[in-house]
Design a protein around this ligand. Sequence first.
Ligand code: NAD
Length: 319
Amino acid sequence: MTVTQGNKVVLIGAGAVGTAFAYALLNQGLADHLAIIDLNEDLVWAQVEDLNHAIPFSGQHMNVTVGTYEDCRDAALVVNCAGVAQRDGETRIDLIARNAAIFESINKDVMANGFNGIYVVAANPVDVLTYITQKQTGLPANQVIGSGTVLDTARWRHNLGQFFDIAPSAVHAHIIGEHGDTELPVLSTGSIGGVPLRAMLEAEAKTNPDIYTQMDEMFVRTRDAAYDIIKRKGNTAFGIGNALARITRAILRNEDVVLPVSALLQGEYGLDDLYIGTPTVLNRTGVRNVVELRLDPDELDKFRHSANTLRNVIDRAKF
Ligand code: NAD
């Protein structure tokens, strides 16, 4: 059980992702105090000023300040969005060496100030950096969480909703695995408005023989969304900003909600000592428990392949 009370949030990284998260947080009134830390002093000062000017219109009370690592002492949550982002054509895994070094110095400073709340990682490659963060901080595994496939799952629900002309809130379907190139959709447990996804596809196939090809294309569009967006505007921000706010709400409001974050596997799916995106119950303690889906054999093979990819990156990272 975490000892930290209250709802103070420390955000590390005032770039595109960090400030989209901050903007979502202030509009949703999820924290009383948001302290933002960034190496770039001008940038963080300007972002804090600009965010504070949005608060009078938000209908919420929140104090946004330029932070220091001392703010971690009484923070309920640290959200780490610092580091380099993908450039056009780079994979998330390409970022590991640069971001692992950045995380080492950040995590020393976070822990030197006695942090004992929930630590949420967003920087990429998120599953590997979450694993590294848990090792570097020594925090209990339930207190260290990555954003995992929460964003990918939102993209998948959006795309499925558009295809079937249904609100994404009625689509229950997960993307799991690495937040990256080896992730996979789980069709076996998906449903739309209570109807199993596979039954919907079988019914659709009677009049639309291309449905399975269309689903494959939809998944590729989901998986590769970041590449397509980064090519055109240089970053992705709004989706992950709201995804991080959703994770924050689940934790600070003690919701016991299920989100596909990156959590430590300890025997689930026959895997151990690895952070990877899988449905997880979140509450004020961070991870309450990992939900082990009943994957079909093909899905389980793909999930294990994704896990092996992450394991190889961790083994090579020598953090
Ligand atoms: P950005 O370059 O806009 O911002 C990064 C910020 O980190 C910069 O302001 C930089 O000054 C700061 N920074 C770098 N080193 C630091 C340090 N040691 N201490 C404090 N601040 C430091 O990048 P971005 O677009 O905001 O992306 C941030 C990260 O989030 C990237 O790794 C990106 O790949 C990742 N990301 C994750 C998801 C997800 O779903 N998890 C989605 C989008 C982006």
